[in-house]
Design a protein around this ligand. Structure first.
Ligand code: ATP
Ligand code: MG
Length: 577
């Protein structure tokens, strides 16, 4: 491709919303174009890289035995009603109506559609296992689309669905996909970590997220250096603190005047006690499927802990969007809570969810449900009980590892893919069954496997850039080599550059030639910004058959013969593509 002819619009004025490197660089290089909030188009260079990523995914999925298909992005509501997700999915589901008022959605994911395909086409155990996948646009009306391709409302996903006879088959399909994902992300040049994950709205009972390590990532990962424990913080189990010793007596309740101590910090310093001796209350209101208020929930954790919302909604068996912090002004009349002074004693008409470690801790201080007052020596069992008692805590940095006890570390990552063991959730709801060897009916046992293709593109840039621009790994670079022609008007230079360019193309190397009538400084800057892995510069020494050879990822450049430069480039591309 000739840069003089290529449709690239590099942006000089960046919108303020572009905060993270991948978003900034995707816009500056003109690889993507914004159409509306969270909705982007791909321009020639962006589209080429996206194709490279898609093809890596395709090759590895095909190698695993999965078969590619393409379903419509538009899905009829009836299928979602069968699975129960038409109402459960919430406002992210992009609902549309046709001219006759029939309901559809723009698919955020395709479990229902694939289950429907297979219930029609699979009847016997002989057809199993089966894994079908597609690469397609997905739609989620995200509350806060941001960071460019990272969290958009229209994005490209690879989604695969496996169907097996039994759990053992699913375990094998899942492990195959896990290994396939490991190969895919390695080939994309990503440094990543598979972590245990919550299975969220998709459902099921086991899941891993593949997270590309990055400071700008939205996933908070807890991991242990002493063992292999690594989990999304949403999911990470948190060990309960050691219970108070048997010998410690339960003391009598004692109300204390604690004026103005609305936060745990204020309370602990006012009473001069450890935050670990206090109970923190968090109050929520639930909503039903039609968005109507549906009762209150009070959650209690030890004062120094943070509440893990995902654990709370899982305990309540409701989707995340069906609960929100309660409006304080209504709480006193409704449930007896008093802002900043709420404790488990004195609450009424609400569901009480208690973190499991509070059960074993004696003589804690909690709000008295009375302005400016707390109660000392509150004990679980004697003074209050929970409707649900479970682990509600965030596993924080330094907490003991739930597996081996060593101090936990945290890091951030970008979720580029997720694999789920769905089990029979969809096949039972939608009656997708097969007959075994003895003509007995069983529900299909399913797994599902997603990769954010466009998000992966952004993640690659997050991990491969410097202050001058992108540094593409060869495997996903839009082009491998840029031949920079310093003076297009100089015939020797221009002939040599053209010759190199043609030889590279003949050898199957994807090359561009910068034949634009621009100053050399501009050309070098653009080459760095666009990030092609290899630059061959044809300049002053063209007459001697000498060119400059430089890798974008290295700082040094060498002057070598044309033949050597071409050979080096071909070899590097063949090794790394
Ligand atoms: P997130 O937690 O980031 O919202 P998710 O867990 O809801 O993502 P999945 O249902 O697991 O997403 O979808 C599969 C993959 O699709 C994700 O691993 C991610 O890479 C990608 N993805 C999900 N939502 C978006 C989005 N809004 N924009 C771009 N990619 C997305
Ligand atoms: Mg996910």
């Amino acid at each position: 491709m000739r840069l003089s002819k290529m449709y690239v619009r590099t942006l000089r004025e960046l919108p303020a919303e572009a905060e993270i490197p991948s978003h900034i660089l995707l816009l500056r290089t003109g690889m993507i174009r914004k159409l509306a909030s969270g909705i982007y188009g791909f321009m020639p260079l962006g589209w080429r890289t996206l194709h490279k990523i898609e093809n890596i995914i395709r090759e590895e999925m095909d190698k695993s035995g999965a078969q590619e298909i393409l379903m419509s992005a538009i899905q009829p509501a009836e299928l979602w009603e069968e699975s129960g997700r038409w109402s459960a999915y919430g406002p992210e589901l992009w609902r549309i109506k046709d001219r006759n008022g029939r309901d559809f959605c723009l698919g955020p994911t395709h479990e229902e559609i694939f289950t429907d395909i297979v219930r029609d086409g699979v009847s016997s155990y002989r057809q199993l296992p089966l894994n079908l996948y597609q690469i397609q646009h997905k739609y989620r009306d995200e509350a806060r689309p941001r960071f460019g391709l990272m969290r958009s409302r229209e994005f490209i996903m690879k989604d695969a669905y496996s169907f097996d006879k039994d759990q053992e088959g699913l375990d094998k399909s899942y492990d195959d996909m896990y290994d396939t994902y490991t190969r895919i992300f390695t080939r994309c040049g990503l440094t990543f970590r598979p972590v245990e994950a919550d299975s969220g709205a998709i459902g099921g009972n086991a899941s891993h997220e593949f997270t590309a390590l990055s400071e700008v990532g939205e996933s908070d990962i807890a991991y242990c250096e002493s063992c292999s424990m690594a989990a999304n913080v949403e999911k990470a189990v948190c060990r309960d603190a050691e219970p108070s010793p048997e010998s410690e007596a339960m003391l009598e309740l004692q109300e204390v005047h604690t004026p103005g101590t609305k936060t745990i910090e204020e309370l602990a310093s006012f009473l001069n006690i450890d935050k670990k001796k206090t109970i923190k209350a968090l109050l929520f209101e639930k909503y039903d499927e039609d968005g109507k208020a549906d009762g209150y929930v009070a959650a209690f954790v030890r004062g120094d802990r943070d509440l893990n919302m995902i654990k709370l909604v899982n305990a309540l068996k409701i989707p995340e969007h069906a609960i929100a912090f309660a409006d304080e002004s209504k709480l006193e009349a409704a449930i007896g809570a008093v802002g900043g002074f709420t404790g488990p004693i004195g609450l009424h008409d609400c569901m009480i969810v208690v973190d499991s470690e509070l059960v074993g801790l004696k003589n804690l201080c909690a709000g008295a449900c009375k302005p400016d007052h707390h109660i000392l020596n509150v004990n679980y069992g004697r003074d209050y009980e929970g409707d649900i008692v479970t682990d509600l805590k965030v596993l924080k940095e330094g907490d003991p590892c739930p597996v081996c006890g060593a101090p936990i570390k945290h890091t951030r990552g970008i979720e580029v893919g997720q694999v789920f063991k769905l089990g029979t959730k969809y096949s039972e709801a939608m009656n997708a069954i097969y007959k075994d060897e003895n003509q007995q009916d069983h529900p299909l046992v399913m797994g599902c496997y997603g990769i954010g293709v466009s998000r992966t593109l952004a993640a690659v840039i997050e991990q491969h850039h410097d202050e001058d621009g992108i540094i593409w790994p060869v495997s996903v670079a839009p082009y491998h080599v840029i031949v920079t022609l310093v003076k297009p008007k100089d015939e020797t230079q221009s002939k040599l550059a053209e010759d190199i360019y043609q030889k590279l193309l003949t050898a199957g190397v994807e090359a561009v030639i910068d034949d634009r009538d621009e100053r050399p400084g501009v050309k070098f800057k653009d080459a760095d910004l666009l990030g092609f892995p290899i630059r061959i510069t044809v300049g002053k020494r063209a007459g001697e058959g000498i060119v400059e050879y430089k890798l974008r990822r290295d700082s040094e450049k060498t002057e070598i013969s044309v033949e050597e430069a071409i050979e080096n480039a071909i070899n590097l591309v063949n090794e790394e593509k």
